[in-house]
Design a protein around this ligand. Structure first.
Ligand code: GZL
Length: 336
């Protein structure tokens, strides 16, 4: 479905942080990618994955737009891709809703949409979604905490949660999954506030928690590593000890390289991976479409549950036994 692509100013994308138009070469597939933003290590890896795969050397012209965590800017970026008449549109949706109108416009323009990472919950007008099951990640964190507390003889759990960006499916799923296990085991979730998936956000929320819940909590759940980095700074400043040898169990999500370094050091007790390297799977979807084949509607990424201590070999999540991986230097070296 190659279309001759004349370089055009992209009105909508001009509003975005970084519209990086590349000169199209005859025969290259033009890919419009509306990325969430640049809020975390995970996001950086996700962006790099797409830029590495959809390169000019590989026969693509990538129109990348960093939407700086602004849902309206993201919608306008997609409209900009429609104006450009790109061949394919990739969206990592900042929020799970508000998509049906612009996806209808993509459908009317005959441009296939592939969603990555976070989900779109109010429309199915896209060809495929490639990502993770966020509720499963939240359930895994809860099941690990249950088994870990039993192994350590901890009978009471009083948790503080630092959530990801409000309305993001990653936030909704991790919150739902962990709360399901908490409710089933009679744990107390003292508070759950938005840290926006950033280190600054994690630090600010944790500073507030250290004041409001001083001496009341023994678990902190950060919904991504960058929030955990900020929370560690705040707890350290408040004289709260955390990690394997601390008073507070620290749980995180993403398992980026820096996060796993803190797991290995014992500062983070457990880190539940969310794989950002979706681009190769997206390219496979595009190749199937180019060949006139029908790709799968959902493609799930493989993920691992990382821990510091080897006191538990596995946990059971949604009835399935899943291994726990003790972090080593080799694992850190190979991580994203
Ligand atoms: C999850 C992804 C989240 C990461 C954060 O798939 O959307 O957004 O967990 C990122 O690090 O900001």
């Amino acid at each position: 479905m190659n279309k001759k692509f004349a370089a055009m100013a992209v009105a909508g994308a001009a509003l975005c942080m970084a519209a990086i138009p590349v000169s199209a070469e005859e025969g290259n597939l033009v890919i419009g990618f509306a990325q969430v933003g640049h809020e975390s290590d995970w996001r950086t890896a996700s962006t790099k994955s797409c830029q590495d795969v959809f390169s000019a050397e590989n026969g693509y012209d990538l129109q990348f737009v960093d939407c700086d965590n602004d849902p309206q800017v993201q919608i306008e970026a997609v409209r900009g891709f429609i104006e450009q008449d790109v061949d394919y549109i990739i969206i990592d949706p900042i929020q799970a809703t508000g998509w049906d109108q612009v996806l209808t416009e993509c459908e009317d323009a005959g441009i296939p949409v592939i969603v990555i990472d976070r989900t779109i919950d109010d429309s199915d007008k896209y060809v495929s979604w490639v990502g993770s099951n966020f509720k499963t990640e939240g359930l895994a964190a809860g099941e690990w905490l249950k088994a870990y507390a039993e192994a350590k003889g901890i009978t009471e759990i009083n948790a503080l949660v630092i959530e990801g960006s409000t309305g993001a499916s990653a936030t909704l799923g991790r919150t739902e999954g962990f709360k399901e296990i908490a409710d089933a085991n009679g744990w107390t979730i003292l508070d759950s506030q938005n840290g926006d998936f950033t280190q600054v956000g994690g630090q600010e929320v944790m500073e507030s928690y250290c004041k409001s819940y001083e001496g009341q909590f023994n678990v902190v759940v950060c919904q991504n590593d960058n929030e955990a980095f900020g929370a560690m700074d705040a707890m350290k400043a408040a004289g709260v000890t955390y990690g394997v040898n601390g008073d507070v169990i620290l749980i995180s999500f993403d398992a980026c390289t820096a996060g796993l370094e803190f797991v290995k050091s014992g500062d983070i007790n457990a880190d539940f991976e969310c794989n950002p390297l979706a681009a190769p799977f997206v390219e496979e979807v595009i190749k199937q479409l180019e060949a006139g084949e029908e790709p799968a509607k959902e493609v799930y990424m493989e993920e691992h549950w990382f821990v510091n201590e080897d006191i538990l070999a596995s946990i059971t999540v949604e009835g399935a036994e899943q291994p726990l991986t003790v972090v080593t230097d080799e694992i850190i070296e190979a991580q994203y």
